[in-house]
Design a protein around this ligand. Structure first.
Ligand code: AMP
Length: 281
C-alpha cells in the first residue's frame, strides 16, 4: 500500500491508472476507522481494481464550536487497517494540500444543505460538498462509497455528483451496528459507560417507528410521536430531531406511501449522535 500526501501526487497516480483502464473505487473518511469504514472498503475492494481510502479531517465541515480539534486521529492504526484490507492508496493530505493559501471556492447543495443536519450545523454540508468535489476531481474514481449511517450526506453526494457531472457511481452501504444496535461512529469513544448504554435509545426509537409503520401506521405525525415517546423515556438523551421523510428529497412526509426514511439526532452530554432507518411498506 502506498501513502500519498499531496494533491499533485494523487492526480499523477490516478492519471497513470486511468491510462491503464483500471477501475478505481474511493472511500472518503475522516479516519479513526472502524468496522463501518471497513465494510465500505470491502465493498470497494470487491467491485473495483484499485481502492483509494482518503483520510482527511475536513476543517470546512466543522462549525466553530464543534469538535474539530478533539476529533480522534489514529493514523497508525488506520494505516494498518487499510493495509490489511488490501487498499492500494491511503490518501492522507495535510490541510494545506486541500485548502492552500488563497482558497475561496465553495460547492453548495442549495436545498439539501439547509435541512436537518444542515439546519443544526450551518456550513457543514458546504464543507462536505466542497471536499467531496475535490476528492472526486483528484482521484476521478469509477465508484465512490458512502455509508447509510450519514443518510443525508449520501443523498446530497448523489445529487452533487449528478449536478456537477463528476462521473462516479455513488454506492451506499448499510449501517454497521454494535450488537445492541448502536451505529458505529468514530465519536462513540467519547461516551462514558452510562452514556454508551443510553445511546442505544436512538436506534430503539427508530425501530419503534419502523414497527408502527409495519403495523400499518401511515401518518408521519403519528410515527414521529411513537419515536419521540421511546426517546424521551431516556433521561440522559436530549432530542434534537426525529423525522419521517421522503428518502429522495428528505422532505417530511405527512402520509407514508411506499417508502420512508426515519431520521434521528440526539445529544448525550456533549456528544451528538445521528442514525436513520429506511422503511419500505
Ligand atoms: P466519517 O469518517 O465518519 O466521515 O465516515 C466516512 C464514511 O463512513 C461515510 O460515508 C460514513 O457514512 C461511513 N460510515 C460511518 N459510520 C458508519 C457505519 N456505522 N456504518 C456504515 N458506514 C459508516
Amino acid at each position: 500500500m502506498q501513502t500519498i500526501r499531496t494533491a499533485k501526487a494523487m492526480m499523477a497516480w490516478s492519471s497513470a491508472h486511468h491510462r491503464e483502464g483500471v477501475t478505481i473505487g474511493i472511500v472518503p473518511t475522516m479516519g479513526a476507522l472502524h468496522a463501518g469504514h471497513r465494510a465500505l472498503i470491502r465493498a470497494a475492494r470487491l467491485s473495483c481494481d484499485a481502492v483509494v481510502v482518503s483520510l482527511f479531517v475536513n476543517p470546512a465541515q466543522f462549525g466553530p464550536k464543534e469538535d474539530f480539534s478533539r476529533y480522534p486521529r489514529k493514523l497508525k492504526a488506520d494505516t494498518a487497517l487499510c493495509a490489511k484490507e488490501g487498499v492500494d492508496v491511503l490518501f492522507a493530505p495535510p490541510v494545506g494540500e486541500i485548502y492552500p493559501d488563497g482558497f475561496q471556492t465553495t460547492v453548495s447543495t442549495v436545498k439539501l444543505a439547509h435541512r436537518w443536519e444542515g439546519e443544526r450545523r450551518p456550513g457543514h454540508f458546504d464543507g462536505v460538498a466542497t471536499v467531496v468535489t475535490k476528492l472526486l476531481t483528484l482521484v476521478r474514481p469509477t465508484a465512490a462509497f458512502f455509508g447509510q449511517k450519514d443518510f443525508q450526506q449520501a443523498v446530497l453526494v448523489k445529487r452533487l455528483v449528478e449536478d456537477l457531472n463528476l462521473g462516479a457511481r455513488v454506492i451506499v452501504s448499510p449501517t454497521v451496528r454494535e450488537a445492541d444496535g448502536l451505529a458505529l461512529s468514530s465519536r462513540n469513544v467519547f461516551l462514558t459507560p452510562g452514556q454508551r448504554r443510553a445511546a442505544t435509545v436512538l436506534f430503539q426509537a427508530l425501530k419503534a417507528g419502523r414497527a408502527a409503520i409495519r403495523a400499518g401506521g401511515r401518518s408521519g405525525a403519528n410515527i414521529q410521536q411513537v419515536m419521540r415517546k421511546t426517546l424521551v423515556a431516556e433521561p440522559l438523551a436530549s432530542l434534537d430531531y426525529l423525522a419521517v421523510c421522503d428518502p429522495d428529497t428528505l422532505e417530511p412526509l405527512a402520509q407514508i406511501r411506499d417508502r420512508a426514511v426515519l431520521l434521528g439526532a440526539i445529544r448525550i452530554g456533549e456528544i451528538r449522535l445521528i442514525d436513520n432507518l429506511l422503511v419500505t411498506c
